[in-house]
Design a protein around this ligand. Structure first.
Ligand code: SAM
Length: 447
C-alpha cells in the first residue's frame, strides 16, 4: 500500500467514527485486514487515526481562522484537513510537502478541483502564517478543554470532582497512548518462563510495573506471539489485573462474574483458582458470551461456565447465598480508558452517566442476595467519575446494611496503590501509574 492510500484509509476510518458507526480499534483492525496493510504502514495509519481523534478539537482550533465558510464544508473535507494538520503539527518525520501533496490528491479523487485548491490553500496559509495560540483563550476550563481536546462539559465535571490540577494531569496523560501489557496465565506457567518465551520470539519485554501478574512490552504486538496463541498470556491493562486479585479467591470457590464479556476478568479469576472451583460468567448478549468462551478455550481453562443472561434477573436462575465471591465489573462510561479508545471522550454524553449509574446500582442490588454470608462482593469500573463509583457504593450500602466496606482490601493489592485506597475503595487515575483509570470497591457481607 502506498502512503497516499494509508491517508485515504485513515480518512475512511475517521469518517466512520464521526458517524458513530463503530469504535476506532475495531475499524482499524478491519481496515488493516481488508487492505492487507503491513509493517510500518500499520504504525503510520494507527498514529494518524488515533492522533487525529485525540487532538480533534485543537486541530479545529488551529484551522478555524483559515476556513472562511466553515459551516458549508463537507464532513470528509473537515476530516481531511484535520488529519493533515495533525501530521504537520505532531508528526516530525512527515515533511509538509508530502502532506500537502497527499491531501490535494485525495481531495481531487473525492471532490473536484475547487475543493482540492481550497484544501491546498488552507494548509499552505496555515503553514505560512502559523496556528493561533491557545493562550488567547482566557477561561482556564475552556483552554484546557481545547488544548487537550476534551469536551468542555467533561473537563468542567472533572475540575469539580478532582480539582483543576488533577484534572489537567488527567487530560494531558489521556493524549499519550499506553504501552502494551499482558497478564501471565499463572495456572500454566510463570512470569520468568513467559519472559524467556517472548524474548526468544524477539519481543522486547520485562516485568510490569504495577501488577504481580504482568509483563510489558515496548515494541511489537503481543497478540501475534506464540505465547498468546498457546494461551500463556492475555492482553490486559495492569490496573484491570488488580480486580481479580481484590476478590481474594481461594481454591474451590464458587464465583459469579455478572458482567463478564469479553472475559478478561473471568479468565483471570479462573486462573487464580488454578482450575478448581467454578466461575459462572454472565453477559447480556449471546455474541459477547462467545468471546468469553473463545478466551476460556485459548487459555485451556476448565472451570468456567458461561450464560447469556441479564444479571438483573439472576435470582430466578441461581440460589440465594450460593457464591463465595461476586464480581460486578459494571458497564460504565469508560473515561478511564480514553488513552486506548480516544473516541469515547466525544461519543459519551453527560446524560449517559446518569443512565449508567442506574443500571450499575440495579445490577449490584440484584446480585447481592446470591452472596454467601462472610463472602466478598467486588464492584469495579474503568471510569473515574464519582457518580458511577463512590456514589454507587454509598447508595448501595445505605440500602443494604448487611454489607460493609472491606478494610482488608490493601492486603490483596500492591503496596504502590495503598496511598490511594480508602475505606475498601481504590480509585486509580491514569496519571498515577500510566495505566487505565480504574475504580475497585470491596464489600463484605456480614456473617
Ligand atoms: C466493563 S464490560 C465487562 C468487561 C469484562 N468484565 C472483562 O474483564 O473483560 C461490561 C459488560 O457488561 C455487560 N452488561 C451490560 N449490562 C448487563 C446486564 N444487565 N447483565 C449482564 N451483562 C451486562 C456488557 O455487555 C459488557 O460486556
Amino acid at each position: 500500500m502506498n502512503k497516499g492510500n494509508v491517508r485515504e484509509a485513515a480518512l475512511e476510518i475517521l469518517l466512520s467514527i464521526e458517524k458513530n458507526q463503530a469504535y476506532s480499534n475495531l475499524l482499524l483492525n478491519k481496515m488493516i485486514e481488508k487492505n492487507s496493510i503491513k509493517g510500518k504502514d500499520i504504525g503510520l495509519l494507527t498514529e494518524i487515526v488515533y492522533g487525529t481523534i485525540q487532538r480533534r478539537d485543537v486541530l479545529d482550533f488551529y484551522l478555524a481562522p483559515f476556513i472562511k465558510k466553515q459551516k458549508k464544508l463537507e464532513l470528509w473535507v473537515t476530516v481531511l484537513l484535520r488529519l493533515s494538520v495533525y501530521q504537520m503539527t505532531f508528526l516530525d518525520r512527515v515533511p509538509d510537502r508530502a502532506i500537502f501533496f497527499e491531501a490535494v490528491e485525495i481531495a481531487k479523487r473525492r471532490g473536484h478541483k475547487g475543493i482540492s485548491s481550497m484544501v491546498n490553500g488552507v494548509l499552505r496559509t496555515l503553514q505560512r502564517e502559523g496556528a493561533p495560540s491557545i493562550k488567547e483563550i482566557t477561561d482556564p476550563v475552556k483552554r484546557l478543554a481545547i488544548e487537550t481536546s476534551h469536551p468542555e462539559w467533561l473537563v468542567k465535571r472533572w475540575v469539580e470532582q478532582m480539582g483543576y490540577e488533577e484534572a489537567k494531569k488527567m487530560c494531558e496523560i489521556n493524549l499519550i497512548p499506553p504501552i502494551q501489557t499482558a497478564r501471565v496465565n499463572l495456572s500454566r506457567t510463570t512470569i520468568e518462563e513467559v519472559l524467556t518465551m517472548l524474548q526468544e520470539e524477539g519481543f522486547d519485554v520485562e516485568r510490569g510495573d504495577l501488577s504481580e501478574d504482568s509483563v510489558k512490552t515496548t515494541g511489537g504486538n503481543l497478540v501475534s506471539s506464540n505465547a498468546f496463541k498457546e494461551g500463556y498470556i492475555t492482553i490486559q491493562d495492569e490496573s484491570s489485573m488488580l480486580v481479580a486479585r481484590a476478590l481474594d479467591v481461594e481454591q474451590n470457590h464458587q464465583v459469579l462474574d455478572s458482567c463478564a464479556a469479553p472475559g478478561g476478568k473471568t479468565t483471570h479469576i479462573a486462573e487464580l483458582l488454578k482450575n478448581s472451583g467454578q466461575v459462572i460468567s454472565l453477559d447480556l448478549h449471546e455474541h459477547k458470551v462467545k468471546l468469553i468462551n473463545e478466551q476460556v478455550s485459548r487459555l485451556h481453562l476448565t472451570n468456567v461456565k458461561t450464560f447469556a443472561m441479564d444479571s438483573r434477573k439472576v435470582e430466578a436462575q441461581f440460589e440465594r447465598e450460593s457464591f463465595d465471591r461476586i464480581l460486578v465489573d459494571a458497564p460504565c462510561s469508560g473515561f478511564g480508558v480514553i488513552r486506548r479508545k480516544p473516541d469515547i471522550k466525544f461519543a459519551k454524553k453527560e446524560t449517559d452517566i446518569e443512565k449508567l449509574a442506574s443500571i450499575q446500582l440495579s445490577i449490584l442490588q440484584a446480585v447481592s442476595p446470591l452472596l454467601k454470608k462472610g463472602g466478598i462482593l467486588v464492584y469495579s469500573t474503568c471510569t473515574i467519575d464519582k457518580e458511577e463509583n463512590t456514589e454507587i457504593i454509598d447508595k448501595f450500602l445505605s440500602e443494604n446494611p448487611d454489607f460493609e466496606k472491606d478494610c482488608k482490601l490493601n492486603d490483596r493489592l500492591p503496596t504502590r496503590v495503598h496511598p490511594y485506597v480508602k475505606d475498601g475503595q481504590l480509585q486509580i487515575y491514569p496519571q498515577y501509574f500510566e495505566t487505565d483509570g480504574f475504580y475497585i470497591a470491596s464489600l463484605r457481607k456480614q456473617v
